[in-house]
Design a protein around this ligand. Structure first.
Ligand SMILES: [Zn+2]
Length: 232
């Protein structure tokens, strides 16, 4: 019974339990023990990064999901500033400079962890990528076509694309971009609700719409670049 209590506190306070060794064996996969490659002692903590006994940096755990890696609950809504803070904390922990005079294994582990943390952070920090990642974690896939989108939405996207093409100055482009930022934010808020309600078809539709909006945003950036080049 005592062990179960420890496990519960480990889940709720996992950001501070980097070296939890009191979890039960029935814990989730990411919470199970591994043997330290150096001292062979069991390590029990979510990220399994550093052995609490000998302090050696462990091999990268590629099976860990990005939410667990960054100590966030597995849900769409998250606090971006907190995410950035956790990302920096983890990057500091495994930073290659700290392992430059350590063994080859630790040096390579350090760069492996570092790139995994970067990838996780980029995915979770971008709402559309976070949404797709979470969708996959729930066992759902993005649709291969745009059949979920209605004609009205597609017409609106075509009109916006035309507006970008016809824009003669940066002010117009900025205005178009601002509208896209507003729309993307609205979509992200709606996604939160749909994830809570497990409405996967709606989630997929919104994610596809967000991708459309992002592609228009790319066109706006390109157009802005071309305007700068024309002027200079
Ligand atoms: Zn060890």
């Amino acid at each position: 019974m005592r062990k179960t209590t420890n496990f519960a506190s480990c889940i709720t306070r996992r950001s501070t339990y980097m070296h939890c060794r009191s979890c039960t064996t029935s814990a989730p996969l990411t919470h199970q023990a591994v043997d330290c490659w150096n001292c062979k002692k069991k390590i029990m903590h979510l990220q399994k990064m550093i052995c609490s006994d000998c302090g050696h940096l462990q091999d990268v755990n590629t099976s860990i999901n990005y939410f667990d890696l960054l100590s966030f609950p597995i849900k769409f809504e998250l606090e971006p500033l907190q995410l950035t803070k956790r990302f920096r904390q983890l990057q500091t922990l495994v930073h290659p400079d700290k392992f430059s005079n350590k063994s080859d294994r630790e040096q390579s582990n350090s760069s492996d962890w570092s790139s995994l943390i970067n990838k996780a952070y980029k995915t979770l920090a971008t709402p559309v990528d976070r949404g797709q990642y979470l969708l996959n974690l729930k066992g759902e896939q993005m649709p291969q076509d745009n059949s979920s989108l209605n004609a009205e939405f597609l017409m609106n996207m075509m009109e916006r694309n035309e507006e970008v093409e016809e824009a003669a100055d940066n002010a117009v482009l900025e205005q178009l971009n601002n509208q896209i930022i507003i729309d993307l934010e609205k979509n992200a808020n709606t996604l939160s609700k749909h994830f809570e309600a497990k409405e996967f078809e709606n989630i997929k539709k919104i994610l596809v719409e967000m991708k459309y909006l992002l592609s228009i945003q790319q066109s706006i950036k390109k157009k802005q670049q071309s305007l700068i080049t024309t002027i200079s």
